[in-house]
Ligand binder design. Sequence first.
Ligand code: ADP
Ligand code: MG
Length: 327
Amino acid sequence: DELVSQIAAGEVVERPASVVRELVDNALDAGATQITLRLLAGGVRLISVEDDGGGIPQAELAVALRRHATSKIRTLDDLESVATMGFRGEALAAIASVSELALLSRPAGQDSAFLLDARSGELRPVARAVGTTVEVKELFFSTPARRKFLKTDATELAHCVEAVRRHALARPDVGFAIWHEGKLVQQWRTALMHGAGAGALDRRLADVLSEEFLDQSVALQHQEGRVTLTGRAGLPDTARARADQQYCYVNGRFVRDKVVAHAARSAYEDVLHGQRQPVYALYIDIDPARVDVNVHPTKIEVRFRDSREVHQAVRHAIENALAAPRA
Ligand code: ADP
Ligand code: MG
């Protein structure tokens, strides 16, 4: 079963950033408002993700590490309409099979926090406020072949930061901090003081992408059929656009999708006759029954039931925004 877990781990855990993505997903699912990452050696030596979410009762710590254990869906019907980031119940088990993992947690109403060491199974009380910390040490220590494929610490760190950035752009209501080797490398504060909704999102976009992106982009707001779109599309002046500055979310989940990318490119070509790479942060809301998120273990790909519907909505949303007269 160790082997089965390690094979499953290969699909979920490719590098430190994959661990970061899964642990931040879990923190968000737990209702965290502040998430702090501490990394050593680009995440290879240590990834610690600390949240102030709902926590895990002492009696359920061991269950959380078990394969296919999820507290998030109970029936096949739930799978049709997953609202949480996680639902497959394999991330913690997979990560634990290729690292030294410790789970520390304290739910509200429990006097103390408990730490469970995944390898030894040892459980002991520790001091901690309500919330959860997952510590992942020595990633791939038992699979040297995988460890060899990792890049420099700086590169792995950059991937970890990018993984958090993807979450941060979707959740301006949550604060994020990233520490590497004891130094604060990124901090995105909650934008709540700027009001809910668009104000908070704009602040977060400026913090995470750049002030320039906020200045040189247009807001979009579009509804077509069963698809609703919001976000911002960069004007061609954001000439330093990089392909990796295309952020697309489907029901709050970061995705890479060919249909969306193609629709966006078409819109830019139509309106701006652009040779440029489009830059955008696009938030697509769609009836969960019309999109399958269970396509790949990393959940970065989705399958739309009607991709034409999505293609047209995205294209029109961006075209309208780019073509509208600007104040
Ligand atoms: P999934 O997220 O798909 O349910 P995971 O393996 O990522 O599976 O997590 C297993 C379970 O552990 C979750 O369903 C949840 O109950 C619990 N869990 C994991 N991380 C946290 C956290 N940060 N806060 C609260 N509960 C957590
Ligand atoms: Mg999860």
